[in-house]
Design a protein. Structure first.
Length: 682
């Protein structure tokens, strides 16, 4: 492993530091440059938000999680610092109901169901997209049909100008909190029909930053106000990725290998005057995946996807503080190592019955296994293995003004364990109906609606975690109903170039929600299917492109209102939180992005706001209220051309006004930071 690190680090440091990979690349087929967060044309029945092109590259963010927060309806839970866990929640239905797909195949974590998006860099990303419900395209795997919402991470593909066969992109980023991030990307044309890419990066930081910790009593008087330094947030991480792409007659294929290795501290909550709590986590993640697509005729289309993944996670916790209400306890030491393996295969078939009627059938098989080495734990580990068979049938109609898509997805799950009782076999189905209508022929105004029922299987932790899991858990169900519209307005002979707006209203109902419920012992909890949440909300996004002479301006705005209330009963009795807004669900949130470019200069400003909400304690009372927070980010970029060599320099300021804020209560975030980027493209 040390040799791998040395090779990767050497490859990055031998090169001159560089920055953003320019989007102005052409391959022999096409070049598509999208720069808006908005709906696609009417072919997309389902609400979709996108970040791509120059907007994605100029955002003052580092990870995928940071960029996704600019989508309306998404909440990013950030546990503080560069090394802190970062998860996403769409429409406050829970992170487990979000399917995250990396180049078309889902990222999976059978142990706890949570994908840490802070590990994924934006350097190689070409496009991020969010679908509520599912994609409109029925030519997709059963996995794509099975989630309540889906996030797609699309990495860059090699593109070449003219006869050029090699592209080399070198980057170097430095930040004011002792953060360095050298990286490289190499693209090679192997033959007229085969290309490849290889990329890697190192991220290293001590993660230390000052923060102000201030709390008030319920009567408004000051309880305490101190300034401290965030510790145990250091990171040393390496990523190495390679991919091959090929074209065949009426089809194509791709193969990708990905490796990630990190040693990081995850800072704990600031409670009881303790500022050094937290745990350490060491990750080794590897996966290899491939895809093959072929049109065997004008009517019949076939696709195969396959993946193998191996994840090793070492979790170390010492002297960790836990808070339950007003009770503070300290846990014993943990030093646990978990090993996950996954094998996944998908076969997808689509047939065009007519030019307006398509049908598809897909079948997925997934095998997951979890082993563990748990020091100091006397209870035997379950060592679970899960076999999952997914099947989906779908049909779509395109009748001009009217479009429709209907699908049904089924899951058949069988589990075995080495110790204890395995969960019973499960068989679940989730139907969905999507409708779109364009009422006016000469106006790009589209109305859409959908209804979908989904479920999520209990994770291995839900079922088998020592003294907490329950192997008798049922799946968690969510019903969604959505109504919305999209309007695109072009301009002629004006400073305005294009305007688009997208609005959706929705209702959600979650039943058999899996929650941790107390037993007879306050410090011994058990997972159970007693949760019920009712939600409703409105999401809106707008984009306006304009120009003032040679100055091009792109603006994007998003807003979300969300009401998610807990109607959970324990043993038939309502909890004290009955009817309250669920934790960390703001009623109001929004963002704004404005980018101005002039010749080789680019200025980007972004703003993000999260309103008032309540922390993870039981009740919506004043003591548990978390105040709103917002950040302003700004970036200035300049491109240089030296013969055949391109250079790019950038200066970024995050949290411009140095606001002291917390995304998760007692997990302070960094204040103002500066980032400097310089680089070359060969």
């Amino acid at each position: 492993m040390n040799n791998i690190k040395k090779i990767l680090l050497g490859g990055m440091l031998c090169a001159f530091p560089c920055t953003h990979y320019a989007q102005n690349k052409l391959d022999s087929l096409q070049y598509l440059q999208e720069v808006v967060i908005t709906a696609k044309p009417f072919e997309e029945i389902i609400p979709v938000q996108k970040l791509s092109g120059d907007i994605l590259q100029t955002l003052s963010v580092h990870s995928v999680a940071d960029a996704l927060r600019y989508f309306s309806g998404i909440q990013v839970k950030d546990y503080g610092g560069i090394g802190g866990l970062k998860t996403i929640d769409v429409r406050n239905m829970g992170s487990h109901h979000v399917g995250v797909f990396y180049d078309g195949i889902e990222l999976n974590n059978a142990q706890n169901g949570v994908i840490d998006l802070g590990k994924y860099s934006l350097d190689d990303m070409e496009e991020l997209s969010l679908y509520n419900g599912q994609k409109s395209d029925i030519f997709q795997s059963a996995k794509d049909f099975s989630a309540a919402s889906t996030v797609y991470l699309k990495t860059k593909r090699p593109r070449f100008v003219g006869d050029k066969k090699t592209n080399v992109i070198l980057r170097y980023k430095a930040m004011s909190i002792d953060f360095i991030n050298p990286s490289f990307r190499v693209e090679q044309r192997i033959s007229p029909s085969v290309t490849m890419s290889a990329s890697g990066e190192m991220t290293k930081t001590n993660g230390r930053y000052k923060f102000r910790y201030k709390r008030k009593n319920l009567d408004g008087t000051l309880a305490y106000d101190t300034t401290a330094t965030r510790t145990n947030s250091d990171v040393e991480a390496y990523r190495l990725e390679t991919a091959f792409f090929g074209r065949i007659e009426d089809g194509g294929w791709s193969a990708k290998a990905y490796y990630y290795d990190s040693n990081r501290g995850a800072p704990g909550a600031i409670v009881a005057n303790k500022f050094d709590d937290g745990f350490r986590q060491k990750d080794k993640n590897f996966f290899a995946q491939g895809e093959f697509t072929k049109d065997f005729s004008d009517q019949y289309h076939f696709q195969f996807k396959g993946k193998y993944a191996f994840d090793k996670m070492n979790y170390i916790a010492r002297d960790t503080t836990h808070v339950l209400g007003d009770v503070v306890t300290e846990s014993a030491q943990f030093d646990d190592t978990y090993y996950q393996q996954e094998i996944y295969a998908s076969v997808i078939n689509m047939y065009n019955i007519t030019d307006w009627w398509d049908v598809s059938a897909s079948a997925d098989f997934q095998w997951n296994k979890l082993n563990a080495t748990r020091l100091g734990i006397s209870t035997a580990f379950a060592y679970p293995t899960r076999y999952t068979l997914l099947g989906a049938l779908a049909t779509s109609l395109n009748l001009g003004k009217f479009k429709a898509m209907v699908s049904v997805n089924g899951a058949f799950v069988h589990e075995t364990v080495r110790n204890g009782a395995a969960g019973p076999n499960k068989k679940e189905f989730s139907p969905a109906v999507f409708l779109g209508y364009k009422p006016f022929q000469n106006h790009d105004f589209n109305v859409r609606a959908f209804a979908k029922r989904v479920f999520r299987m209990p994770t291995f932790n839900d079922l088998y975690y020592t003294q907490v899991g329950s192997s008798a858990l049922n799946p968690e169900y969510v019903n969604q109903v959505n109504l919305g519209f999209t309007y695109n307005l072009p301009f002629r002979h004006s400073v305005f170039d294009k305007f688009s707006i997208q609005t959706d209203a929705y209702l959600t109902r979650t039943t058999d929600k899996i929650i941790a419920a107390p037993t007879g012992n306050l410090f011994r909890w058990m997972m159970s299917n007693v949760g019920k949440v009712k939600g409703k909300g409105v999401e809106a996004s707008a984009a306006l492109d304009m120009h003032f002479g040679a100055v091009q301006v792109v603006t994007n705005l998003s807003y979300a209102y969300s009401e998610q209330k807990d109607y959970t009963k324990i043993f038939g009795l309502p909890l004290s939180s009955y009817g309250d807004q669920i934790p960390y669900t703001p009623w109001h949130s929004g963002s704004a992005i404005c980018s101005a470019s002039y010749k080789s200069w680019n200025l980007n400003y972004s703003f993000f706001y999260v309103g008032e909400r309540y922390n993870g304690a039981f009740n919506n009372i004043e003591k548990n209220k978390v105040r709103p927070w917002y950040t302003h980010d700004i970036a200035l970029q300049k491109q240089f051309q030296f013969s055949k060599l391109k250079a790019n320099a950038s200066v970024e300021v995050n949290n411009l006004f140095d606001q002291q804020y917390e995304v998760i209560y007692n997990y302070p975030m960094p204040g103002r930071t500066f980032k400097f980027i310089i680089g070359i493209e060969l």
